[in-house]
Write a protein that binds this ligand. Structure first.
Ligand code: PLP
Length: 399
């Protein structure tokens, strides 16, 4: 297969070879069940607890038991929402989630909303930030849980989690954050942030797919929904995925070790991309451009006059992998709920392009994208009878 110019690191990442190497012995030689009492099992248990301590240390958890290994970001988000909301048999109360959460938070929130809980979606402002004063105004005496993601996976803005958690606690509710996109990429300290729960995913940090963890602060009441053998401190039953958990911990260790050098490198690539794209494609805009607190690896653009899907397919033909906000589900084009939540008009949300760089991205990759994208946009615009009208609306909006 021709080499793919992969610019979709926010969707997933290739496992790092060093991660794979660390995992391999646990498939064959060190295959014990961590819950068995003989030597092979004790060896597995030791490796599992080492992995847990590694993760706990990285996020500055007060105790390793606060780290629960899961199958990834989606499971951790579901477990946090269901487990905290329904703890102690609770069946009602107010839940606040931001409107631009990942669907792994939104869907369980909506499910709870149909079964006794009341759910409010908190709007971010046009800068792509959930402002603490907006949260404070939306909190109620009966609010039990607030969930606001740390770094948005589409537009890359970072949220003021410490302030949001403080506002939440002042009203007696618990605070969860989806950190699938931020773990390993920015400093993440659960005690400094003052949060009660957080979700992580392995495959966003060069670890294996189907791995991740839920941080659950000691003392937070939690109702498990996977029941059985009582693993993970009775909070997540099922024989642990030892190779996966070792891979996840190794991946996180590498992220932490390489971050000081990697962050400026990624930021440089991202800024080169933004500069070149805005410089070469007329009327293109960077979404949530005002936000200063952002992830180093994600840039999201609106390119008026082109459909995201068409752009994506043309780039795919040139072996470039990028993402668009509008997902073609069941034949209907749905604009991104994230872009709509920050006030991006529907007609522009259809022409969005998310580019995310990572460990194996080079300047040549970024330049190749720009070189390929410029004529693609020209061609698509020339074929679009609505382009002039779209442009007029855009100019009108800006003026
Ligand atoms: C990828 C992602 C998830 C889902 O994680 P999986 O491990 O793929 O289930 C959840 N939230 C955010 C912000 C993500 O980027």
């Amino acid at each position: 297969m021709e080499r793919t110019v992969y610019l979709d690191y926010a969707a997933t990442t290739p496992a790092d070879q060093r991660v794979v190497d660390a995992m391999l012995p646990f498939f064959t030689e060190r295959y014990g069940n961590a819950n068995s009492l003989y030597a092979l099992g004790r060896d597995a248990a030791r490796a599992l607890e080492e992995a847990r301590e590694t993760v706990a240390l990285s996020i500055n958890a007060a105790h390793p038991d606060e780290v629960i290994f899961t199958s990834g970001g989606t499971e951790s988000d579901n477990a946090a929402l269901f487990g905290i909301a329904t703890a102690g048999g609770r069946s009602s109360g107010h839940i606040l989630v931001s409107a631009f959460e990942h669907h792994a938070v939104l869907e369980p929130a909506h499910w709870l909303g149909k079964r006794g809980f009341e759910v409010t979606e908190l709007m971010p402002r046009t800068d792509g930030i959930v402002h603490p004063e907006d949260l404070a105004a939306a909190l109620r005496d009966d609010t039990v849980l607030v969930s606001v993601m740390h770094g948005n996976n589409e537009i890359g803005t970072l949220q003021p989690i410490a302030e949001l958690a403080r506002a939440t606690h002042e009203r007696g509710a618990l605070f969860h954050t989806d950190a699938a996109q931020t773990l390993g990429k920015v400093d993440f300290d659960v005690q400094a942030l003052g949060i009660d729960a957080a979700s992580f995913s392995g495959h966003k940090i060069y670890g294996p797919k189907g791995t991740g963890a839920l941080y659950l602060r000691k003392g937070v009441r939690f109702a498990p929904y996977l029941m059985g053998g009582g693993q993970e401190g009775r909070r997540r039953s099922g024989t642990q995925n030892l190779p996966g958990n070792v891979g996840f911990a190794t991946a996180l260790t590498l992220m932490d070790a390489e971050r000081p050098a990697e962050t400026p490198r990624l930021t440089g690539l991202r800024d080169r991309l933004v500069g070149e794209l805005l410089g070469h494609i007329e009327h293109a805009r960077l979404n949530a451009a005002e936000a200063t607190m952002r992830l180093p690896h994600i840039a999201n653009f609106v390119i008026p006059g082109v459909e995201g899907e068409a752009m994506l397919l043309h780039l795919d033909a040139a072996s470039i992998a990028v993402s668009t906000g509008s997902a073609c589900s069941s034949g209907s084009l749905k604009p991104s709920h994230v872009l709509l939540s920050i006030g991006c008009p529907v007609e522009f949300a259809h022409g969005s392009l998310r580019v995310s760089v990572g460990r194996f991205t080079t300047e040549a990759d970024v330049d190749f994208l720009i070189r390929t994208l410029v004529p693609v946009v020209q061609r698509l615009r020339s074929m679009n009878p609505m382009y002039e009208k779209t442009l007029a609306a855009l100019t009108g909006q800006q003026g």
